[in-house]
Design a binder for this molecule. Structure first.
Ligand code: CA
Length: 222
């Protein structure tokens, strides 16, 4: 899952990003409204955490722009206690939820889970599965019939993307966008390495699942 954090208080933005990364999300951060809108308009995110008071362009304007461009990425607004008007305005403009600062980590994570769940992902909070193969977030592992094997963070994120889109070819560019971000210098052969690790791990636990190569395009989970 890929989350965009738009927050100009650098410490808070970095803390949010850190918490989310520790919980297996991939995260991009924007520290002002203009960059935030630019990123959000790509439509690649599963959720956006959006501060209201931002330099360049405020959160409400960003939200209006997004919805005008028909980008329906779920948005969690961050608001200060004093910004009641903005909160109402934000919900009217298409925000999905809001969180009042200051907040505790557990509440943030619960809101983000709820936010991303609205997209219709097939999972309870910590587990996804495909043909008996379970991807477990708490353990950061894949499990088949009681055998489990640990995944690295990137392996986990690739597996999550494959399980969320089973039997569909995922182009390599899309995997890079989702997991490393647009500005990364990841090469296609880096992905091939992760895929080969994943294939080995799937075969170690004898799961009846295959990551197939669509030559020249990408991969699909079959
Ligand atoms: Ca702010």
């Amino acid at each position: 899952m890929k989350i965009l954090v738009v927050e100009d208080e650098v410490q808070l933005a970095d803390a949010l990003s850190e918490i989310l990364k520790r919980n297996m999300y991939s995260v991009d951060t924007a520290y002002n409204g203009i960059d935030g809108l630019d990123n959000a308009l790509t439509g690649v995110y599963d959720g956006i955490i959006l501060d209201i008071m931002l330099p360049g362009m405020n959160g409400i304007e960003i939200l209006k722009n997004l919805r005008k461009e028909k980008i329906s990425t779920p948005v969690l607004l961050l608001t200060a206690r004093s910004e009641v008007e903005d909160k109402i305005n934000g919900l009217d403009c298409g925000a999905d939820d809001y969180l009042t600062k200051p907040f505790v980590t557990g509440e943030l994570l619960a809101r983000v889970r709820a936010l991303t769940r609205r997209r219709g992902e097939v999972m309870d909070d910590n587990k996804m599965s495909f043909n008996g193969l379970e991807l477990n977030k708490n353990k950061c592992s894949i499990i088949y019939q009681g055998n489990d094997i640990k995944l690295s963070l990137k392996e986990y994120q690739i597996m999550e993307l494959l399980i969320a889109n089973p039997k569909q070819i995922l182009p390599k560019e899309r995997i890079i966008e989702k997991i490393w971000g647009y500005e990364s210098d990841v090469e296609y052969n880096n992905i091939e390495v992760y895929i080969s690790f994943l294939r080995k791990k799937i075969s170690v636990i004898s799961a009846p699942v295959q990551i197939k190569t669509a030559r020249g395009i990408g991969y699909s989970l079959e």
